[in-house]
Design a protein around this ligand. Structure first.
Ligand code: 2RA
Length: 315
């Protein structure tokens, strides 16, 4: 039982889901504090039968807190989370800022929980598009060693926060009404469109989102030899990221073996009966904690590759 748990970024898209899950799972803590930027401080949020006033996130706000769960922009995490560590808090961070830091544990509980147990500072949670892919890769990697992955993502607007979802709805309405809408979260209209840029462009023509898929995958699986070729696309779906994943393994895997490996792994659900038109889609995966896999098939162009479709609730 924790004495005090603080949720930083409590008013954001992921912060709201964190609160829902803490409430649903009756997370064992005596007291919850909700922290956010000065702009959101003073808001009142109903949580577990009481009304809590949101406090401003400051360097001095962590006194007496045992656990901080943070989902803030990167620059906020960079600035404030070291103060939480110094104040003696355990810190779980959803932002991208600390993930690749050598002293930070990058953890998916189903895959490397031991890294969290031995962490002395921040425990980081991976990027959402990486998380679902790595959960799907883990059983294949354990059985046949993953050498190379080619992945294309179809990412929901909720990945860009509450403003992303607001943009999708308002932009779609505007397009249907032939009026204009000034997008805030996206560089181009997302309504009736697909945008091949998530994050900013970095080295070799890859975006920051794509580089996360390369480097975070290696850190979580503890294998720097895994090659990943990602392309990340924003599509006009409100929630749940989808991915086509092509995996080359050291030992060839049959489709039957891959299916069995997926089915035996905690938190993967196989939905794969093409004859019945059964496969994962955002509309049926929304709100679930599971990673859904379907369309599992041989890559006809390569004996060591299988290919599949993967959908998960990114929030
Ligand atoms: C996105 N994966 O979908 C990012 C959020 N971390 O934009």
């Amino acid at each position: 039982m924790f004495n005090t748990v603080a949720v930083a970024g409590a008013t954001g898209a992921v912060g709201r889901i964190i609160l829902q899950l803490l409430e649903q799972r009756r997370f064992p803590a005596q007291k919850f504090r909700l922290l956010a930027s000065a702009r959101s401080a003073g808001q009142q949020i109903d949580f577990a039968g009481s009304r809590i006033t949101v406090e401003e996130l400051t360097h001095d706000c962590f006194h007496g807190v045992d656990l901080v769960i943070a989902s803030t922009p990167d620059e906020t995490a960079a600035e404030f989370l070291p103060s939480a560590v110094r104040a003696g808090c355990r810190v779980i961070d959803e932002s991208g800022y600390w993930r690749m830091h050598p002293d930070v544990a990058l953890v998916i509980p189903e895959i490397n929980p031991q890294a969290a147990l031995s962490a002395t500072g921040i425990i980081a949670s991976p990027n959402c598009s990486t998380t679902q892919m790595v959960v799907a890769l883990k059983p294949l990697h354990d059985a046949a060693r993953v050498r190379r992955v080619v992945v294309s993502t179809y990412q929901a607007t909720s990945g860009a926060g509450l403003q992303g979802t607001a943009d999708l709805l308002a932009g779609t309405r505007a397009a249907l009404n032939s009026t204009t809408y000034d997008y805030k979260a996206f560089r181009y209209p997302i309504a009736f469109n697909a945008i091949p840029q998530i994050g900013s462009f970095k080295q070799d023509g890859y975006t920051s989102e794509e580089l996360k898929m390369i480097f975070e995958t290696r850190k979580i699986l503890g294998d720097d030899s895994i090659q990943v070729c990602p392309t990340c696309i924003r599509i006009p779906v409100s929630n749940c990221h989808s991915e086509t994943i092509n995996v080359e393994t050291e030992r060839p895997l049959s489709v039957a073996e891959a299916r069995q490996l997926f089915e035996s792994f905690p938190d993967i659900k196989v939905l794969d009966d093409p004859n019945l038109g059964q496969y994962p889609m955002p509309s049926i995966c929304d709100g679930s904690d599971d990673v859904f896999v379907g369309r599992i098939r041989r890559d006809l162009s390569h004996p060591n590759c299988i290919t599949f479709w993967c959908v998960s609730d990114n929030l």
